[in-house]
Design a protein around this ligand. Structure first.
Ligand code: TXA
Ligand code: MG
Length: 332
């Protein structure tokens, strides 16, 4: 199959709508990462998503909407806490898990009786969803297990030959996936941390919520079980910025005849003068914005990535959640 990359505009959206309505897949930009979209009500189209990504069948998808009232097309009820969060944060980088309507196919939700719903902040994403005239189920548009794509070029690298159309929009501003919050139990639970933080959610609800921490124990969000975001070369994650330790590891890898690189915030670069260093910007937000693209770039040039992450904000913890997986829990 030939894969077209088209700038997102009036004309490409017409084409995208035709394809989605015919049960094909279309990749599109959002403010978090690029999505691989299909109509939520078309089971055959949804099946193609799992094939194109090589994704385990039991890993449920997020349904994306362009209008808040479409929550009711998908959810059988909206508990009061969920309503407050929808009012406060949608459109935005948050996904709410609610009881699903029987009309939502099992294939979309991995057989669960709940559905994950998100209304992206990205206007480009909402234009695409609105043009299709149906909620769009979309996982990140990467091959399963690879870093999520934040540009149309990165989508193309993984999806070339597998889907007919990639809508090219802006590089994703946030750079990591949405915060996923489950509202189907007594207390809301953050299943996947993101740019919308626990304390922001607690401030709106006026009460404490839970955050899923032990990824091996609870399986509420099947996606957290699988290997994720892995670049092609080994990675190690340092969390204290200890210069001696980092340089010692760098030298060890070098002595093995390999070519390592250090990935860190710009402020730490001065510690590693004369070594291969890749600056990720000034803030935790810059780091997230650059993360997946940097991994895809660095894996081409180097054999070993030493990631230094000692930022100390609530959002930094969300980034840490991804870095742990990038480094396959390999800590320095
Ligand atoms: O930012 C995002 O959320 C991006 C963009 C494209 O919107 N999408 C995304 O989708 O990250 P994906 O498929 O890569 O991750 C979806 C996550 C998985 O961890 C999955 O297990 C969880 O959401 N999820 C989906 N439906 C669920 C449900 N009914 N119950 C619990 N977790 C669910
Ligand atoms: Mg994903």
């Amino acid at each position: 199959m030939e894969t077209l990359v088209k700038k997102l505009n009036f004309f490409s959206l017409k084409k995208a709508k035709r394809l989605v309505r015919a049960g094909q897949l279309v990749a599109f930009p959002t403010e978090t990462v690029y999505g691989l979209g299909a109509s939520v009500f078309n089971e055959e189209a949804i099946a193609k998503i799992f094939v194109a990504k090589g994704r385990p069948q039991d890993n449920p998808l997020i349904a994306h909407i362009a209008d808040k009232k479409d929550v009711l097309l998908l959810a059988s009820s909206v508990p009061p806490d969920a309503k407050k969060i929808i009012d406060a944060f949608m459109p935005g980088s948050i996904t709410v898990v609610l009881p699903k309507k029987p009309t939502v196919p099992d294939r979309a939700t991995g057989g669960l009786d709940t559905v994950a719903i998100r209304m992206p902040a990205s206007k480009e994403a909402r234009r695409f969803i609105a043009a299709c005239g149906t909620p769009i189920v979309a996982p990140s548009a990467n091959t399963s297990g690879r870093p999520s794509p934040t540009t149309a070029e990165e989508v193309y690298a993984d999806m070339n030959g597998k889907i007919p159309l990639i809508l090219k929009g802006k590089k994703c501003e946030v750079g990591i996936e949405s915060t996923v919050v489950d509202f189907t139990g007594d207390i809301p639970v953050v299943l996947r941390p993101g740019i919308v933080t626990r304390s922001e959610i607690e401030a709106v609800l006026g009460k404490k919520i839970e955050v899923l921490t032990d990824t091996t124990q609870k399986v509420n969000s099947p996606g957290v079980r699988y290997k994720h975001y892995a670049p092609a070369c080994p990675c190690v994650l340092n969390l204290d910025g200890n210069k001696e330790k980092i340089v010692a590891r760098y030298d060890e890898i070098k002595a093995e005849g390999k070519n390592p690189v250090i990935m860190c915030l710009d402020g730490l670069k001065a510690d590693f003068v004369g070594l291969n260093v890749f600056g990720m910007g000034e803030s935790d937000k810059d780091f997230a914005h650059n993360l997946y693209g940097a991994l895809r770039e660095l894996e081409k040039k180097y054999d070993y990535i030493i990631i230094v992450w000692n930022a100390d904000t609530e959002f930094a913890d969300s980034v840490f959640n991804r870095l742990e997986r990038v480094a396959a829990h390999n800590l320095l």
